[in-house]
Write a protein that binds this ligand. Structure first.
Ligand code: HEC
Ligand code: HEC
Length: 201
């Protein structure tokens, strides 16, 4: 085949859409500066109920490399069984990779390993939420040094496209889903952001 033809074919293949994820469209949200601080704080309260929920916090463990088992379906709060360590890689590359068990299809069988994508892993150390106060997590989320340098609209956008987030509201087994819906959570981020990302004192 002539090189130019290969180039054209490649260009066509590269422009094909990726396999569809369960993405949700992120709405525009209110304009920055048009939402009162009080309303922003109320949106934050609802956001906090989500980010502090076991379906989020079990992975957002900060500098610890131990995922957590907490929430009603786990009975009591404790580090992940089987002495699982995520290591610096956050995916257990140094010991037993998360993907050894967290792979394939999510299942409704109680206590089966959650599976959403091949890259089940702990959140970055900067996103330290487990057991943290509303004020601490709020300050982290609005600090570009700690939130992956994301504007609040980018956080909202990111969540709409993230398969793990979709899992948190449809977690399988006997797990309690995160409160509300992913759509409502994204709307709250946009309201909170438009109010100037206020945090509780
Ligand atoms: C399986 C583990 C896991 C669970 C469960 C999880 N996250 Fe995460 N989270 C991650 C990883 C990994 C990243 C970094 C990936 C990235 O930035 O693309 C991340 C990044 C984030 C970020 C980006 C901001 C930052 O500080 O880095 C937000 C916001 C977030 N998660 C929200 C949530 C919410 C809300 C839930 C629950 C509804 C949740 N996560 C549940 C693993 C998890
Ligand atoms: C040997 C298999 C195995 C390995 C390896 C493993 N897990 Fe798990 N994990 C499980 C099982 C099984 C459950 C569910 C237990 C239950 O529901 O009682 C689980 C549950 C979890 C949960 C709780 C999710 C929730 O909120 O319900 C998190 C977080 C988690 N694992 C993170 C990790 C991370 C991160 C790694 C890699 C560093 C990892 N796991 C490695 C088997 C494993």
């Amino acid at each position: 085949m002539r090189p130019v033809l290969i180039k054209v074919l490649l260009a066509v293949v590269m422009s094909l859409p990726l396999p569809a994820l369960a993405e949700i469209a992120v709405p525009d949200g209110p304009k920055a500066g048009t939402v009162a601080r009080k309303e922003g704080l109320e949106a934050w309260e609802r956001m906090f109920a989500v980010v502090s929920h076991p379906r989020c916090a079990n992975c957002h463990v900060g500098p610890s490399d131990r995922p957590m088992w907490s929430g009603e379906s786990y009975g009591r709060t404790r580090p992940h069984g089987m002495n699982i360590r995520a290591g610096e890689s956050r995916i257990g590359a140094e010991t037993l990779p998360c993907a050894t068990c967290h792979i394939g299809e999510n299942s409704d069988v109680a206590h089966s390993a959650p599976a959403v994508a091949d890259d089940w892993r702990l959140a970055p150390v900067e996103a330290n939420w487990f057991g943290q106060s509303a004020q601490t997590i709020c300050n982290q989320l609005r600090d570009p040094e700690l939130n992956g340098d994301r504007h609040y609209t980018e956080i909202a956008e990111h969540l709409g496209h993230d398969v793990i987030l979709h899992w948190a509201w449809d977690p399988g087994g006997t797990r309690e889903p995160a409160p509300g819906t992913l759509e409502a959570h994204i709307e709250d981020i946009l309201i909170w952001g438009a109010a100037g990302m206020p945090c509780p004192e």
